[in-house]
Design a protein around this ligand. Structure first.
Ligand SMILES: Nc1nc2c(ncn2[C@@H]2O[C@H](COP(=O)(O)OP(=O)(O)OP(=O)(O)O)[C@@H](O)[C@H]2O)c(=O)[nH]1
Ligand SMILES: [Mg+2]
Length: 252
């Protein structure tokens, strides 16, 4: 069984890609299931085969622990880890070849807390891969791009599985996709854009920062996809399969 975790900032397209990937496999006659690990989500664009909301309800967490919505969201994400064995049993009972895992809306809940790391480490599978989703509409300025690069590097630091960077929404963000691809491929192009927004000392510090984290963040190939039109899915699934079959080792 191959396990794919889908992480990314709020609204980056995790749930829609979960749906698109499942459909992709199913349309080709392969087994695939979608797992929702977001206890706080109200509506999903797919029917989850395994749903954490059956085990953890945000409303009950608020009531039981006397928390407001934000505190309850954080605690609920942490509580997912306590349900791991039940989740694993339910996933295994489907006997699916491909398991796509949609993670909580705010990446930091999943990626920065012990529970996210624990879940990714402890879930049993033949192979694991993490898709880190970047919304090209969000990464439109050098500052946003650099912040996302830092986030991507942090996620890689915490979660010890091979990571694929996916640019989402390529059907509606063609300029953004082009810009990010150029900035990540050629540091000098990014530095030109950065120099227009930062003065001398800041420019020097931030360009040095990007140069040192580039390999950890957007240094590898980027995969632009559309979950709506399915453009780019062949290349993305090809890379996922290559990592799963090749047993690529993650090196840090
Ligand atoms: N046109 C287009 N819209 C997309 C695509 N992917 C996501 N969207 C839209 O972007 C918005 C957010 O998508 P979601 O899949 O809910 O994103 P998410 O990361 O799961 O969001 P949270 O769970 O709230 O963090 C929705 O309005 C989607 O319809 C895409 O490939 N193309
Ligand atoms: Mg979602």
């Amino acid at each position: 069984m191959d396990l794919t975790f889908i992480a990314g900032t709020a609204g980056s397209g995790k749930s829609l890609l979960t749906n698109a990937l499942k459909s992709w496999y199913v349309n080709r006659g392969e087994d695939a299931i979608a797992v929702n690990l977001d206890p706080g989500v109200v509506e999903l664009p797919y029917d989850p085969d395994v749903d954490i909301r059956e085990r953890i309800q945000l409303g009950s967490v608020m009531e039981d622990y006397g928390l407001g919505p934000n505190g309850a969201l954080i605690l609920a994400a942490d509580l997912v880890a306590t349900k791991l064995q039940e989740l694993q049993d339910e996933i295994d009972s489907h006997q699916a070849e491909n398991v796509i895992v949609d993670t909580p809306g705010q990446t930091e809940l999943f990626a920065f807390r012990e529970s996210g790391e624990y879940i990714v480490r402890e879930m049993k599978a033949d192979s694991k891969v993490l898709l880190f989703l970047v919304d090209p509409l969000l990464a439109s300025t050098p500052a946003n791009f650099l912040s996302l690069a830092l986030l991507s590097a942090s996620v890689g630091l915490r979660l010890n599985v091979p990571k694929i960077t996916v640019l989402t929404k390529r059907d509606i963000a063609k300029d953004g996709v082009k810009r990010i691809t150029e900035w990540s491929r050629d540091t000098r192009v990014f530095e030109d854009a950065l120099s227009a927004t930062k003065n001398g000392e800041q420019y020097a510090l931030y360009s040095e920062l990007f140069r040192s984290i580039r390999k950890l963040s957007f240094g590898a190939d980027l995969y632009p996809v559309s979950s709506t039109t399915q453009e780019g899915m062949i290349a993305l699934v090809g890379e996922m399969t290559r990592i799963a079959r090749g047993g690529e080792e993650f090196t840090d």
